[in-house]
Design a protein around this ligand. Structure first.
Ligand code: PEP
Ligand code: MG
Length: 311
């Protein structure tokens, strides 16, 4: 007599270790959402809007002129929706536009961009957004539309923030766009020494979270160009000065009830993971291929902390 075939009851998604620290994933392009969600990550720690914008093949200003404001908002809504849907109800942190002018200059419409000696120190991130609120507000309109569609798992994140004044300006623009800042989770990236040193005033401005952009935080703390191969060996996210800024920011945020996370490349490195879990970070976001290792590293460090505390 033939045996009935046994049904394969193993879960399709590998069982992830339970950890107190959340482990999230960075999603580079909406097309990677399904693969990212399959890692079992606790959410998306970084989804950059600029990939959606740069793939339009021209500067935002030119695209809006040629195709209209509505089409521009639609593109952002569609890109974010793909990821927010895949992860729902897990949170998805969406970072507003942060491309340096040298990238825009290569595109049609780029002739209107400023020609900067140091684009990384120049007209990018929240600086550009606050200088061009009419363009920036389309990103906020996309968020509003997503909230109206029910994607309450979308969180807004603002890049290259230096001080609370910028945060208050962002909040005003949210309100002008019909977004109530008190009703949604939003926060800032900590990518400059100024934002780390001023974290207390940023917290007072109402942020829900601070996320370490260690690619930039390292670049600006050490004065090492992240794209310059001549000094690549000096680009060290674990430099004591960088860790001091991160550690003190986490401490202040814990005191004030603000969540902390990392979304720079260093979040995929075990030494940084150890440091962050020790310091009490809320979440770590890693690259898709690193999520599993980070989950296990977090588990190991958390268990060690528990054992140390009862010893
Ligand atoms: C960072 O600076 O660490 C970061 C995540 O942002 P980006 O790499 O896009 O500058
Ligand atoms: Mg950055």
């Amino acid at each position: 007599e033939e045996r009935e075939p046994v049904e394969d009851v193993r879960p399709k998604t590998p069982v992830k270790p339970m950890t107190a620290t959340e482990v999230k994933v960075n999603v580079s392009i909406p097309e990677a959402a399904e693969r990212a969600a399959a890692t079992g990550a606790d959410g998306v720690g970084l989804l950059r809007i600029e990939h959606m914008v740069l793939s339009l093949g021209m500067t935002p200003e030119k695209y809006i002129k040629e195709h209209g404001e509505r089409a521009y908002v639609d593109e952002i809504v569609e890109g974010v929706r793909t990821v927010a849907e895949e992860f729902y109800p897990r949170p998805v942190r969406v970072r507003t536009l942060d491309a340096p002018t040298d990238e825009f200059r290569q595109l049609p419409g780029g002739e209107d961009e400023p020609n900067e000696h140091n684009p990384m120190l120049g007209y990018r991130g929240i600086r550009r957004s606050l200088d061009k609120p009419d363009v920036f507000k389309h990103e906020l309109r996309a968020f509003r539309r997503l909230y109206e569609m029910g994607y309450d798992n979308v969180e807004m994140m603002f890049p290259l923030i230096n001080d609370a004044e910028e945060v208050y300006q962002v909040k005003n623009l949210m309100r002008e766009t019909g977004i109530n800042p008190d009703k949604h989770d939003w926060g800032v990236m900590v990518e400059t020494p100024a934002s780390a040193l001023g974290i207390r005033s940023l917290a007072e401005a109402g942020i829900d979270f601070a996320s370490f952009g260690t690619n930039d935080l390292t670049q600006y703390t050490l004065a090492v160009d992240r794209n310059n191969e001549n000094v690549a060996d000096r680009f060290d996210e674990l430099h004591p000065a960088v860790l001091e800024l991160i550690g003190s920011t986490i401490e202040t945020c814990r005191e004030l009830g603000v969540k902390t996370s990392i979304c720079g490349q260093a979040g995929s490195k075990s030494k940084m993971v150890q440091f962050l879990v020790d310091e009490g970070v809320t979440s770590i976001s890693a690259n898709i291929d690193a999520v599993r290792d980070v989950q296990h590293e977090v588990k190991r460090v958390e268990q060690k902390l528990i054992l140390d505390s009862v010893r």
